[in-house]
Design a protein around this ligand. Structure first.
Ligand SMILES: [Zn+2]
Length: 404
């Protein structure tokens, strides 16, 4: 299991949600906690687990009673039942208990179950530590942060300067290190990019190819240290294997971050093909698909686009490989057997195409919304930005519906 998987179970991914005020967006900062706080956090995580397990047991008993009417306990009911419990705990306070109850109630509703999994505090199946808190519980104190009577120091402290944060949490990764996850509000930038639009084709040989011919090569993030991971696992060095997995994940994330930041800086509109990475991950190409990290790239482009005021849209990939981007004839290679063909010559117009760049160009063309009536309307590039973005949103929603 990778770190992303572990953290996403708490909804802690590095993402952004547009708030009601469209000029502000929320971004989650992930800051590493300095090591001297780990012992306290580990102990506090056990107390959080006890609260979670109490809520789990109590609400299960209410939902499946021996006699009488079954009841679904809300977060408010659980808060009343756990009132005063903070006196039994040394570290966590009532506000953390309320946040645990709220999270429990949300998840139980989400998964529609009478009982959720227990949070395990010891042994090989130990749950990764998690300590939620309300915004007011975390305070600045000089160079450090104060939470529940304990002072913490974090790396990259300068990112917190001048920010207003919301309810966040401390979370542990699979290697055992602690991270402070803090949603902060940020202003959406008004700057306009130099270039108008770009199409992106997601592939396996190159993770992405843009319609301008730029490529991000698949770095083989896992394959270069695969042997080391296998050796470590065979020798029973679990911790070392986990570290190597994390190294690979970080290398991939770094390459994707650099690429997506570059794209957002250059282009105003970004069109991505609608490949379903989840569906492809079930085929024999699974390893390459997971190594490519398309899903991560899409998420990054979407939240970075929101912060920078860009339009990111999902476009149907149908026939984009087969169509010639110059004359629109279906002369390209088709089918799984033809995957090896990297470049081809169009038999209709004689142009030479790179397979992935050609597909990216077609995605770019598809992203320019087709006019409803052919003929006399001005091209979309000339439309004012407000109109463009609303049309983009409509297209986005249509694409999402089609994907669902
Ligand atoms: Zn052609």
């Amino acid at each position: 299991m990778t770190i992303e998987n572990d953290l996403s179970s708490f909804g802690l991914f590095f993402g952004a949600i547009l708030t009601n005020d469209s000029r502000l967006c929320v971004r989650t900062l992930r800051l590493k906690v300095k090591r001297e706080g780990y012992a306290w956090l580990n102990a506090a995580a056990i107390e959080v687990n006890q609260v979670w397990n109490f809520s789990n047991a109590t609400s299960y008993r209410a939902a499946r009673p021996f006699t009488g009417q079954p009841r679904i306990l809300s977060a408010f009911d659980l808060d009343k039942l756990t009132a005063g419990a903070c006196e039994c705990f040394e570290r966590i306070g009532s506000e953390t208990i309320q946040r645990v109850n709220a999270e429990f109630a949300t998840r139980r509703k989400q998964f529609r179950k009478a009982k959720l999994r227990w949070r395990v505090s010891q042994g090989s199946k130990k749950s990764l530590g998690w300590i939620p808190f309300k915004a007011a519980q975390l305070k600045r104190k000089g160079q450090s942060l104060r939470f529940s009577g304990k002072t913490f120091r974090v790396f990259e402290r300068e990112l917190l300067e001048g920010t207003v944060w919301k309810s966040g949490c401390f979370a542990q990764d699979s290697v055992g290190e602690w991270w402070l996850c803090l949603p902060v509000q940020q202003k959406v930038s008004d700057a306009v990019a130099q270039k108008e639009a770009v199409g992106l084709d997601l592939g396996l040989k190159d993770i992405v190819a843009t319609s301008d011919g730029d490529k991000l090569e698949a770095g083989r993030f896992y394959r270069s240290i695969e042997l080391k991971i296998a050796n470590a696992q065979r020798r029973g060095h679990k911790r070392q294997a986990k570290r190597l997995h994390r190294t690979a994940a970080r290398r991939r994330k770094d390459a994707l971050h650099k690429f997506s930041t570059k794209l957002i800086a250059i282009y105003q509109t970004i069109n991505i093909g609608d490949v379903s990475s989840l569906r492809l991950a079930k085929t024999r190409m699974a390893k390459s698909v997971l190594d490519a990290g398309w899903g991560m790239l899409k998420t990054q482009l979407q939240y970075k686009g929101q912060q920078a005021g860009r339009c990111v849209q999902i476009v149907s990939e149908r026939n984009t490989t087969r169509t010639c981007s110059s004359c629109k004839a279906l002369t390209g290679p088709a089918g799984l057997d033809m995957l090896v063909i990297r470049s081809w010559v169009c038999s209709a117009c004689g142009d030479t195409h790179d397979r992935d760049v050609n597909a990216a160009r077609n995605i770019l063309t598809a992203g320019r919304c087709p006019p409803s009536v052919c003929g006399n309307e001005p091209p979309l590039a000339a439309a004012p930005p407000s109109q463009t973005s609303s049309r983009c949103e409509a297209l986005d929603q249509r694409a999402l519906k089609a994907a669902a």
